[in-house]
Design a binder for this molecule. Structure first.
Ligand code: PMP
Length: 382
C-alpha cells in the first residue's frame, strides 16, 4: 500500500489530508490481470508506423503542438463513425491524456463549488476523486443486487439532488454491466429537468464507454443518442480495446457547445505533439489494433462460464457478474484479501475492488487465463 501523504507543515487542503494517491499496485509478476489492459502488444507493423510518426514529430519539438489538435479530432470522429455508425464533426470530439483527464475537464467545466455530481455505486472509483478535486459535492445512488440500474431510482436521485453532472459507466467498472439504451435515455430525460442553479440548465450526462468496444453485438452505444441530447457526452479511451494504455489518449463525443466549454478549462497545449502523432498513427491502424477484441470477448465469456460452474469448499456456488467488458467480477469470498494474496504468491495479480467479498480479474491471453484458473482452484479450494 502507498503510505498516505500527510504533512502538518504544509497547507494541504483538509480534504486531502491523510489520503493516498489513487492507483492499483504496479508489481513485476508474470501474469498481470489487474488494470484491464489489453494483453496483446501492438503488432510490429503498427510499431513501425508509430515510430516513424514520432520521428517526424521530433523534428518540430522546438514548437508547441497544435493546441486544438483538429487533425486528431477528425481521425477520432472518423473512427467513431466506423465503429458506431454515428456521423460526427471534428468539433464534436475532444481528447486529453486518458479519459480520466477528459472527465476531469467535464467536472472542471460543469461541476464546482455549490454543485453536485451524481453516480450509482458500485462504480469506477476515480469518479469521487474528480468531484473532490473540483470542489463538487459527490452523491451516489445505488445499483441493484445484479448491478443493473433501475431507471426509476436514477430519475428519483436526479430529481432530488438536481446535479449538474451525472456519471454513468457503461459497461460499468468494476461490475462489467452495460446499460440498456432505454436507461441512458431515461437519465438524459431526467437530466433535462435538473434546473441547475435555478437557471433552467440541464445536467450534463456523461456516459463513460471506456470499455465500449467490448460490448455485446446488438448493444447500442450512447453515441446514437447524441443528436437528441445536447447535454450528453460519451467518453471513450484508446487504453483498453485499442491496446494503447501507455500512450494516454482518451476522448469524448458531444455537442459542439459542450466541447467548446471544455476548451475553456484545458491547459494550453495539453496534448503533446508526440501524443498526437502516436494517436493518429495508431488510428490509421485501428483494424490491426482492435483485432484481438473478438478473442478477448470470447475469452471473457469462457471465463464467466468457467467461474459459474465452480463451488467454494462449503458448497456455495461462486457468484459471477454478467460482463460486457474485458474483465469479470466474481465472489463472494469471506477473506478476499487472503485470496488476492494467494494468487499473487503464485504470480497472478488481480484486483481487490468492488463490493465486499468480490474480486475482479482482467481478461488476458488464453495462457494467462489458464494460469489464473489454476491458481484460483488451488487457493480457493474450488
Ligand atoms: N473509465 C473507466 C470506467 C475506467 O475503468 C478507466 C480506467 N481504468 C478509465 C475511465 C480511465 O482510463 P484512461 O484514463 O486510461 O482512458
Amino acid at each position: 500500500m502507498t503510505p498516505p501523504l500527510v504533512s502538518g507543515r504544509l497547507p494541504l487542503r483538509p480534504e486531502l489530508s491523510g489520503t493516498a494517491p489513487y492507483g492499483a499496485p504496479q508489481l513485476d509478476v508474470p501474469v498481470l490481470l489487474n488494470v484491464n489492459e489489453n494483453p496483446y502488444p501492438p503488432a510490429p507493423g503498427v510499431v513501425d508506423t508509430i515510430t516513424e510518426a514520432v520521428r517526424s514529430a521530433a523534428t518540430g519539438l522546438n514548437r508547441y503542438p497544435d493546441r486544438d489538435f483538429l487533425a486528431l479530432r477528425s481521425d477520432l470522429a472518423a473512427y467513431l463513425g466506423t465503429e458506431s455508425g454515428v456521423s460526427l464533426a471534428p468539433e464534436q470530439v475532444w481528447a486529453a491524456n486518458g479519459s480520466n483527464e477528459v472527465m476531469l475537464h467535464l467536472l472542471q467545466a460543469f461541476g464546482g463549488p455549490g454543485r453536485t455530481a451524481v453516480s450509482f455505486a458500485p462504480t469506477y472509483s476515480m469518479y469521487p476523486e474528480y468531484a473532490r478535486d473540483t470542489h463538487t459535492r459527490w452523491v451516489v445512488g445505488r445499483r441493484a443486487d445484479d448491478f443493473t440500474l433501475d431507471p426509476d431510482h436514477a430519475r428519483a436521485v436526479i430529481a432530488r439532488e438536481r446535479p449538474s453532472v451525472v456519471l454513468l459507466a457503461s459497461p460499468n467498472n468494476p461490475t462489467g454491466t452495460a446499460l440498456p439504451a432505454a436507461t441512458v435515455e431515461a437519465v438524459c430525460e431526467a437530466a433535462l429537468g435538473a434546473d441547475v442553479d435555478g437557471t433552467g440548465a440541464p445536467a450534463v450526462v456523461v456516459v463513460d464507454e471506456a470499455y465500449g468496444e467490448f460490448r455485446r453485438a446488438g448493444t447500442p452505444s450512447a453515441l446514437e443518442l447524441l443528436d437528441r441530447y445536447p447535454n450528453l457526452a460519451v467518453s471513450r479511451t484508446m487504453s483498453k480495446a485499442f491496446a494503447l494504455a501507455g500512450a494516454r489518449v482518451g476522448y469524448l463525443a458531444a455537442s459542439r457547445e459542450l466541447v467548446d466549454a471544455l476548451r475553456v478549462v484545458r491547459l494550453p497545449y495539453h496534448l503533446s505533439a508526440v501524443t498526437q502523432a502516436v494517436a493518429r498513427a495508431a488510428l490509421a491502424h485501428s483494424t490491426e489494433l482492435l483485432a484481438q477484441v473478438d478473442t478477448l470477448r470470447a475469452e471473457r465469456d469462457a471465463t464467466v462460464a468457467w467461474l459459474r460452474g465452480r463451488h467454494l469448499p462449503d458448497g456455495r456456488p461462486l457468484e459471477v457478474a454478467a460482463s460486457d467488458a474485458n474483465f469479470v467480477l466474481f465472489g463472494r469470498f469471506d477473506e478476499r484479501h487472503a485470496l488476492w494474496q494467494g494468487l499473487l504468491d503464485r504470480g497472478v495479480l488481480i484486483r481487490e475492488t468492488g463490493p465486499d467479498g468480490w474480486l475482479r480479474v482482467s481478461i488476458g491471453t488464453g495462457k494467462e487465463m489458464t494460469a489464473f484458473k489454476d491458481a484460483l482452484v488451488e487457493v480457493a479450494g474450488l
